[in-house]
Design a protein around this ligand. Structure first.
Ligand SMILES: [Zn+2]
Length: 413
């Protein structure tokens, strides 16, 4: 099927820019933290746009939004597509928003062309993909897919002590529908790559075959606060020195895995954080990722003991809490094939790849067949206000999404 059914690249870009006005930062990025007043404005604009296309918007108990376009056979399970409208505190215009707005453009194009699909189509905005406010990424899709319990998610607190439940109510984002999987045919998510590979290879489309394995920890090192001027070396139990050793070990553990290794300490709190006190407590995050589950499991088996030994040498104590462990999540071969075929038919240079980042599609894939489409971003930069893509890249990814959705929604059951 060579297509002359084209999405409107300019309309897609204009809507992306209109969404980016909500929470716009002076440096050209976006700060649209989940379940804040700014998020409420983003959700309201999304709802308006969906309703203008005749979609019915349904909201579940964790604030996930599903905008439905009926199919010829309303009894068929819907084909889902979407991403997230929340952002990091210093996020870019495209991380998440691209997948939601591209889905909207798919709907607008179907409406313009008067195309009725066999299966219904639902456009999804998942709540709190980023995890930066409440500390749990992929929260909405995690609750939907049953990875997280709703009650536990609702009890998570931000740094001001506000719970997810309170935040949902504060902006009216709590919907009446249960937050759990409903029968759905498939899920497609378009997203910027957030890495440098497509750009470096001059490819337009990443055909995402799965997502890498991850293990995340919270670490607390306890030493002893003491006077910086009067405490001699033998008497020091410096929690920050111990943390430095662990951080170096995280880096070494990653580098031992070559180009596929990932290991990061991205968050650190020093107590009492006073220049003339030997730090008595340090809290920090640790995460490892790898395309292969076995490598991640090998790290998870050895790292806690190795880190504890390093900390013990400094006279401090390590408390390491594993937050979660996700195996490599393969995407559905038939959905992946639809993406690959669409890219080839359209003449876009494409390559298969494993997602380096976590995405809502990873949790959706636990329940329903899923696939992702990646598009390039400048210098591979993301979670940064300077995150940048070209309009033709957005257009190409959206056209691939359009064709994959159309093929899936019209396939013989
Ligand atoms: Zn994202």
């Amino acid at each position: 099927m060579a297509t002359n059914q084209r999405i409107d690249g300019k309309r897609l870009w204009d809507s992306l820019m209109a969404m980016a006005e909500i929470g716009a930062t002076p440096k050209g990025g976006v700060k649209r933290l989940t379940l804040t007043e700014v998020d409420r404005q983003g959700r309201a604009r999304f709802t308006e746009w969906c309703q203008a296309q005749g979609l019915k918007v349904r909201v579940d108990a964790i604030g996930n939004m599903f905008a439905r376009r009926e199919g010829r056979d309303p009894a068929r399970p819907p084909v889902l597509m979407g991403s997230h409208l929340d952002s990091q505190p210093t996020g870019g215009k495209f991380d998440g928003a691209l997948g939601v707005i591209a889905g909207l453009e798919v709907i607008r194009t179907l409406n313009d062309l008067g195309i009725e699909t066999e299966a219904p189509i639902e456009l999804v905005n998942w709540t709190d993909e980023e995890g930066s406010r409440f500390g749990h990424s992929l929260m909405g899709s995690g609750v939907w897919s049953g990875v997280y319990e709703l009650e536990k998610a609702e009890a998570l607190r931000d740094l001001d002590g506000v719970t997810v439940g309170e935040a949902l109510d504060a902006i009216g984002a709590r919907g009446p529908h249960p937050a759990r999987p409903f029968p759905a045919d498939a899920y497609f998510e378009m997203h910027i790559e957030q890495g440098p590979i497509l750009e470096a290879e001059g490819k337009m489309i990443g055909v995402v075959t799965g997502a890498q394995a991850q293990v995340w920890y919270d670490a607390v090192i306890t030493g002893q606060d003491s006077h910086a001027g009067t405490t001699p070396p033998a008497n020091r139990r410096d929690a920050l020195v111990a943390a430095a050793r662990v951080i170096t070990h995280v880096d070494a553990t990653m580098r031992a895995r070559g180009a596929d290794g990932r290991g990061t300490v991205g968050q650190l709190t020093v107590l009492p954080n006073s220049r003339n006190v030997v730090p008595g407590e340090v809290r920090f995050s640790v995460e490892f990722r790898h395309p292969r589950t076995e490598e991640m499991e090998a790290i998870a088996a050895s790292f806690p003991e190795e880190a504890a030994a390093l900390v013990a040498e400094t006279g401090c104590r390590l408390e390491l809490t594993e937050l979660f462990r996700i195996p490599h999540q393969p995407f559905d071969p038939s959905c992946v094939a639809l993406v690959r075929e669409a890219a080839a038919r359209l003449g876009y240079k494409a390559r298969d790849m494993v997602s380096g980042a976590g995405h809502d599609a990873v949790y959706a894939a636990r329940r329903i067949p899923a696939a992702m489409i990646f598009t390039p971003c400048k210098d591979g930069l993301s979670h940064n206000e300077a995150e940048s893509i070209l309009p033709e890249e957005a257009e190409a990814g959206c056209q691939v999404l359009f064709e994959a959705i159309l093929a899936r929604a019209n396939r013989r059951p």
